[in-house]
Design a protein around this ligand. Structure first.
Ligand code: ADP
Ligand code: MG
Ligand code: ZN
Length: 390
């Protein structure tokens, strides 16, 4: 069999297989059951969350030999041709490439003919926000009075660029970015089928790096399997994500905890010179500090910790060394830097500033010590001189 990238090999083929878009799936299956399928749908949402997959499933549901059905069989000629993007009555048009009025005129001319094989002629227009205004105008007439056998499924990542006149003629579905656990669950299923073993910590990191996109997560998984041939270790993933090595991260954190800003900045120099983007390193630091905090708050075996990564011996030692108060303030400082970056601050400068501030935390008194001192002062007998601070 030809090699197929994971993201394509594991494209969902039925409504129930589309992870995280249950509302859309349910509304569509209800429409099919009650024979109220609209003439035009608009699927919007971030990239790689199932828009094209859902469009093809809907096309199969409508065209399947056993259909219209909510459970397309997957094996009849229609289902197979749609899966392979080769059905004569189901056109998939990438509007980013064919965005001109000519392509749409041709489409409109064809649309009036009866379908050749199936019950419907279905037009799936991807990245539809890229269509030129004149192309839209040519399409609008068809959208207003489509022949009974025509169905449109538009998909776009940028719905705000779609004309209001078009929006008002479509049923709109907003696809959501997919939550972490759902992505990990799917990746785990794929790993079983591909016979690779990855730890939950690695899967969660892949899912988080993908930021809610299933395709991005699967592409990362694919690359990781390709580079590691055999056993995957976290360092492979660091390399793939352009992140610092775990050992370097620990080095910096240990220096910061022991109040040595200068050593931490020196290591930072080396890390950045090695090609790691300062913003990436800041994200790693935040994740790391967050893990330390969760180890302190929930224990190293807690699910919250496992989702973030493994608790290495180095990290456990850091969790013992720093007070929870200090870890929390470290998190706050790092997150403050991240906010500053979003407002355009210089990443390198922000890292240095936060290093100096975190390293200085050791010299500040933590809240517990302060509280104890105040209590001692308050409980001192009236008239007695204040106890000497110790
Ligand atoms: N909701 C989802 N559930 C399962 N797999 C998904 C989902 N969304 C995306 N994928 C995976 O990503 C690939 C691309 O998805 P696609 O439907 O083309 O995304 P979009 O059109 O939203 O950019 C699919 O082949 C599939 O492997
Ligand atoms: Mg798509
Ligand atoms: Zn079928």
């Amino acid at each position: 069999m030809d090699y197929l990238v994971i993201a394509r090999k594991y494209r969902p083929q039925t409504f129930t297989e589309v992870t995280g878009q249950e509302v859309v799936a349910r509304t569509l299956t209800n429409a099919i059951k009650s024979q109220r399928v609209a003439h035009a749908y608009l699927f919007t949402g971030p990239r790689g969350v199932g828009k094209t997959s859902m469009a093809r499933i809907l096309a199969k549901a409508l065209c399947c030999e056993t259909g219209p059905t909510t459970e397309p069989c997957g094996v009849c000629q229609h289902c197979r041709m749609i899966t392979d993007s080769g059905h004569p009555d189901v056109a998939e048009i990438d509007a980013a490439r064919y965005n001109g009025v000519d392509a749409i005129r041709e489409l409109s001319d064809n649309a009036s003919f009866s379908p050749t094989l199936a019950r419907f002629r279905i037009y799936i227009l991807d990245e539809v926000h890229m269509l030129s205004t004149s192309a839209w105008n040519a399409l609008l007439k068809l959208l207003e009075e489509p022949p009974a056998h025509v169905r449109f499924i538009f998909a776009t990542t940028e719905v705000e660029k779609v004309l209001p006149t078009v929006l008002s003629r479509c049923q709109r579905f907003d696809f959501r970015s997919i939550d972490l656990d759902a992505i990990v669950k799917r990746l785990r299923e794929i790993c079983v089928k591909e016979q690779v073993q990855l730890t939950d910590a690695v899967l969660y990191r892949i899912a988080r790096a993908a930021g809610g996109g299933m395709r991005d997560a699967q592409t990362l998984l694919d690359q990781l399997i390709a580079v590691c041939d055999g056993e995957v270790i976290e360092e492979d993933l660091n390399l793939l994500l352009g992140a610092a090595r775990g050992g370097d991260l620990d080095l910096v954190v240990n220096d910061l905890l022991s109040g040595n800003a200068s050593a931490a900045i020196e290591t930072l120099d080396r890390i950045v010179a090695g090609g790691v983007a300062p913003t990436t390193f800041l994200e790693q630091l935040i994740d790391h500090a967050r893990t330390v905090l969760l180890v302190q708050a929930c224990g190293r075996e807690s699910p919250a910790v496992r989702r973030l990564g493994t608790c290495t011996p180095a990290l456990e030692a850091q969790a013992k060394l720093a007070t929870p108060e200090k870890t929390m303030r470290t998190c706050q400082i790092l997150i403050g830097s991240q906010l500053a970056l979003r407002q355009g601050a210089d990443p390198r400068l922000q890292l240095e500033l936060s290093f100096v501030r975190i390293a200085g935390l050791g010299q500040l008194l933590d809240a517990d010590t302060l509280l104890r001192r105040i209590e001692r002062l308050e409980s001192a007998p009236a008239g007695a001189s204040a106890p000497h601070p110790r």
